[in-house]
Design a protein around this ligand. Sequence first.
Ligand SMILES: Nc1nc2c(ncn2[C@@H]2O[C@H](COP(=O)(O)OP(=O)(O)OP(=O)(O)O)[C@@H](O)[C@H]2O)c(=O)[nH]1
Ligand SMILES: [Mg+2]
Ligand SMILES: [Zn+2]
Length: 427
Amino acid sequence: MTLTLQKSVVCPYCWEGWEPEDAVWVSRHRDLRGDPRLGVDAPLRFLPTRFNARGLAIDARDQVCTEIACPRCHLALPRAFLEFKSLFVSIVGAPGSGKSFFLGAAVNQLRNILARQFNLSFQDADPERNITVTDYENALFQQPNLDKPVEVANLIRKTQFGDGAGDTFYSVRYGTHERRQPRPFSFLIDTLPGHPSTEKAKRYGRIMCLYDNAGESYLPTRQDLFAEDMTAHLIRSKFLLFLFDPLQDMGFYREVERKSGRLESGVRFQSAQYVVLNEAARRVKQLLGGSPSTLHEAPLLVLVSKWDAWKGLLPELSAIEPVRPASSGLHGLDIPEVERASAMIRDLLNRLCPTIVQTAESFCREVRYMPVTALGTSPRPDPARTDSRGMAAEVIVPRDIHPRWVTVPFLYGIGRFGSGLVPVFKR
Ligand SMILES: Nc1nc2c(ncn2[C@@H]2O[C@H](COP(=O)(O)OP(=O)(O)OP(=O)(O)O)[C@@H](O)[C@H]2O)c(=O)[nH]1
Ligand SMILES: [Mg+2]
Ligand SMILES: [Zn+2]
């Protein structure tokens, strides 16, 4: 099979654009070590002059190489990046807002519904890095005993800073200067036979790169030299996801409590969440160099998390995903339904925590609001177990986990920026 290469590749770590022929290769022979960017133990990167019959480069000690790397930052990347366009997506949210749970639930559901309803394959483009998400998925959906309550806080650990195998960044040296480059989770979304786009010669597939930071990276008070490096993906993203946790918002929480009585014990009020969104907006505007009043062009999807706990506030909002069968036998996203939900949630937020709406709408030109719940069922306190603060720990029965609307933000984004991969219904 002949490969069709992209005209230009954008590195998912440093965002430098380059042509596929400029890719450097990663040496295989164990004696070929030492790289100015990645350190003395990293395999040597080289521009090949010899290839084998399968087009794989041969290193200076005659070993056949399989890995390529970015010519600028020297980080290895899957070869699929040479063949498919990428689609960058940033996830922003305060610590504990539910980003990791959401990601685990969304990726798991995308694996199922994209094939079944949209004739698309959804595969790990970088399985090594994606292990973290796979672990989230396993925690949520592969518990050995479906009926034994599990402590929610132990299901998925807090996202850490770090540069181990499954961790969030790489350290790269540019002369005397060190940078931290975030490692996205990456997924190859491609058409399966029967998808309307496969009839055309062009390649429609996309590599979706998801950047998930620890919530702390967005706190303006954090004295982190690298926070800006770690969040520079914001300006590359086609769309931005902001996870807003209504249970960490005093005004919203009080309303939930008023409507549904006592809530879970795990609630923590941290600093106001608009601060996190504001900090993301400030960095985007600073990096793009425009005036602070210019609105950013990428759509912002404000995802109001933990819907299971606040669904009583908007009983008319349907838990059924806004996905409808189309005449082609495939499914499409029902945009009017998404807009209707967005308008309802905007009204609710405007009433209970208007600073979120104001901050979002002074950041991006287009803002949509969506409900999401990774669990679908609210955890309950188990008096027999105590958490680290000595309170009754929150537990959930694995069989009761039913995520809602978690794929909608991705279907919406892929529908808009994935050139025909996901059909949409308009009014
Ligand atoms: N009720 C409810 N609680 C949830 C849901 N998703 C997450 N939580 C709770 O929120 C906590 C934090 O969720 P995480 O996904 O770890 O939050 P995060 O945004 O990744 O946090 P950092 O890694 O600290 O940035 C979890 O321990 C759960 O207790 C949900 O869908 N419903
Ligand atoms: Mg996390
Ligand atoms: Zn690079």
